[in-house]
Design a protein around this ligand. Sequence first.
Ligand SMILES: Cc1cc2nc3c(=O)[nH]c(=O)nc-3n(C[C@H](O)[C@H](O)[C@H](O)COP(=O)(O)OP(=O)(O)OC[C@H]3O[C@@H](n4cnc5c(N)ncnc54)[C@H](O)[C@@H]3O)c2cc1C
Length: 481
Amino acid sequence: MSGIYIIIPNGWVRADREAQMRNGEVSYWWQAHGIPARRPALPGPAEADVCIVGAGYTGLWTAYYLNQADPTLRIVVLEAAFAGFGASGRNGGWVTAALPGSRQRYARGPRGAGGVRDLEQALRDTVDEVARVCTAEGIDAGLVKGGELAIATSAAQDARLREQLAGERAWGDGEDIVRYLGRDELASRLRVNGAISALFSPACARIQPADLVAGLAATVTRAGVTLYEDTPVTSIEPGRARTRAGDVRAPVVLRCTEGFTANLPGLHRTLLPMNSSMIVTGPLSQEAWQAIGWDGFETLGDEAHAYIYAQRTADGRIALGGRGVPYRFGSAVDRDGEIAQSTVAQLGRILRRMFPAATGAGIEHAWSGVLGVPRDWCASVTLDRGTGLGWAGGYTGHGVAAANLAGRTLADLVRGVASPLTELPWVGHRWRQWEPEPARWAGVHGLYALYRTADQLESARGTARTSWLAKAGDLISGIPH
Ligand SMILES: Cc1cc2nc3c(=O)[nH]c(=O)nc-3n(C[C@H](O)[C@H](O)[C@H](O)COP(=O)(O)OP(=O)(O)OC[C@H]3O[C@@H](n4cnc5c(N)ncnc54)[C@H](O)[C@@H]3O)c2cc1C
């Protein structure tokens, strides 16, 4: 062993490497290949058939499918920083079919439970659609469809997994959609310290998120979509998006700004910018991978209330994320992804506890991003025919696959094509505004304090019962389960 080492409760850590850890700089995913040179900014007033604000997955998938359907459409995308600057270039890389919202709430729509089943099937199909386009367009995003593991590391978490499974069966989802893995079956795939069981869902793929968004931006611009970077939109109004360089006039203007929406005039309380923070290790040794397994590249999450998510990266590291500081006062959004040292330490402790064999790899980079949370935690894809204004987002942390489905749906809505997608229950879904400050800040921070305490109590007591603190948190926040 070379380098400086310090003793920590769970083993040894490379102190020299962690001292050099990069913090922010958008994300490891971008820094792995280098942030690309910026495309030109909007030079002055312009006209288009469709103007899209925001070049993340939502904006770019919408541009992609619109262009595919009608290459004559003049599509202009306006991006404040660069394509993939937001959550799309920073996320955990789960292309998950998880529903961005609550079955019960979507089922209140005119199509009831049938509509929800269609939405869930469409999301499962979306995982394959993302893979199909990557192949068709030559986008190498390291996509591996290994499925999704939700693990339990306490009796209470295991009880929740079993309860969830019973709920899935009652809903009609069979073994092909989700199944329970006992300790040994889980260990044959992946060895996580203290793991008791897991639910396995095949409809999930792992990706390198920035590679996907960079590939998409290159694909749409090659196909004739105009993408202006360094062009913040100052307001969105019917028929135009305003910028300091001039207006882009278009009969249809689509807002695809998810976690950044609070910065736009009149939308401060529409979507809560929730932070999610990530760390990535250095490359693990072969011995470490032998100890851990993970040859199937499943995405990995746990059943804690303050849950974590992780992936084995294409370049042999572990990337792990969690909530950290959940929300900044006044819906403040971003400082280039920089995160607090306390969050790095917290995620590092979880990583070392779960994967002692990864300890020697150190933590090389930490960053964060914002995702958009609606007040009822259910996403929406909407086009208002009267004003020509549309939007999609509020995926509550399940936005990678959902943004593709949303993009296809917006493309149909814009072209006025009635399709099975335009009938899905999230189309036209609306929610109420978030509370004003300081209630918003106090509510979110209070919620995560409850969740963290509940996790500690459940682990310490070894009980199979979910802590009442977490139940109270769910009730107050309206988070669907
Ligand atoms: C750390 C983290 C981990 C996550 N992990 C996962 C995961 O593993 N799986 C999953 O399904 N989901 C995950 N999510 C959520 C998912 O990444 C997002 O829901 C999804 O990327 C949203 O895409 P988007 O295009 O709607 O928004 P974004 O990717 O945030 O893009 C919005 C774009 O709009 C631009 N913009 C904002 N305001 C303006 C303006 N005024 N003018 C012009 N441009 C503007 C921004 O610069 C940005 O590029 C995660 C999110 C985070 C932050």
